[in-house]
Design a protein around this ligand. Sequence first.
Ligand code: OSB
Ligand code: MG
Length: 376
Amino acid sequence: MKIEAITLREIRMPLVHFFETSFGRTTERRILLLTVHTDGPEGWGECVAGEDPFYSEESVDTAWYAVEKYLAPAFLGKTIKRGTEAPAIMARVRGHRMAKGALENALWDAEAQTRQVPLWKLLGGSQSEIPCGVSIGIQNSHEQLLEKIETELSAGYRRIKVKCKPGWDVEVFGKIRDRWAEILLSCDANSAYTLAQTDHLKKFDRFNLLMIEQPLWHDDFYFHAQLQKKLKTSICLDEAIHNARDAQAAIELGSCKIINIKVGRVGGFSEAIAVHNVAQENNIPVWCGGMLETGIGRSHNIALSSLKNFTLPGDVSASKRYWKEDIIEPAVEVSSEGMITVPQSVGRGFKIKTDLIEKLTVRKQTLQAGVSSAAD
Ligand code: OSB
Ligand code: MG
């Protein structure tokens, strides 16, 4: 595949319902999409960086900068055969994993079309359907949260994850368990606690949670190991795992018993597969996290989730939970059994709605080999 041009674009999309975590509330998404124009098909990638550097150091603006100034120029005019070649080409740039991931995944997206195979097959997947859970943000009231859980359970979702923080935790879990004693329930703190709150975190053990996700600092797995020794509830790491080496270290230290894999957080499909494999070799189950993606990122998450060790329900759910109209067709749907069918068609398995994307675009720039660029 000869890389002839790369288009960066920012789209804006309001969420159907606000999403609140321990670090803040999002009502409208700003999303960076990348298109890799090859001498054959076009590959699409979605950058999962947020509007602000609150989940990780990256944001839409830092990702745009990294792609425009360093990452895209490293590919323009080059010919590559496979998406797996991408990490080495970008290795000189440190960090900026979400920016790198968007570009690498766009290349895999193009490669699958070039080879006329489904993307999931190219990634080494084997599962034909994937179990789905939902991540439910902090709400305005306990009643509103219980109503949301009710809706998602009746839609068929197999695991409910609730965001938590000091003041929105044990009382909330108690109310959920009073109503649904048996459901698969987990919580995600997004680093809202410290080790000094260990006694408080031990109270979580009463609620038979499947896991507590990233309770301590975003960049830590040493102190998570100390905490895990004191908790019955399994710790799952999200923010702290940036690559397969982190996963290996966290597993050896005993920092977690479960790992959440987000392809953008680890810098692209190659590293996501490597994290998956390290976990599998160590009997650590993984699941696919979500970052309020549009259908492009979502379709890539579905393909990744078809790998064998994705055994727990992920945060990959139906398009309509996020968007009035998604930018792919068909929209991602979840069956009444809480499953997504992995598409059998070539590539990502979903068509891009280019007209809609054009309408949603607020900023766009195409970089070409040997041509200095100008923003539209
Ligand atoms: O920690 O998993 C997280 C969304 C934005 C940032 C961080 C997280 C999340 C989610 C949303 O939990 C999952 C989804 O896409 O539904
Ligand atoms: Mg998380």
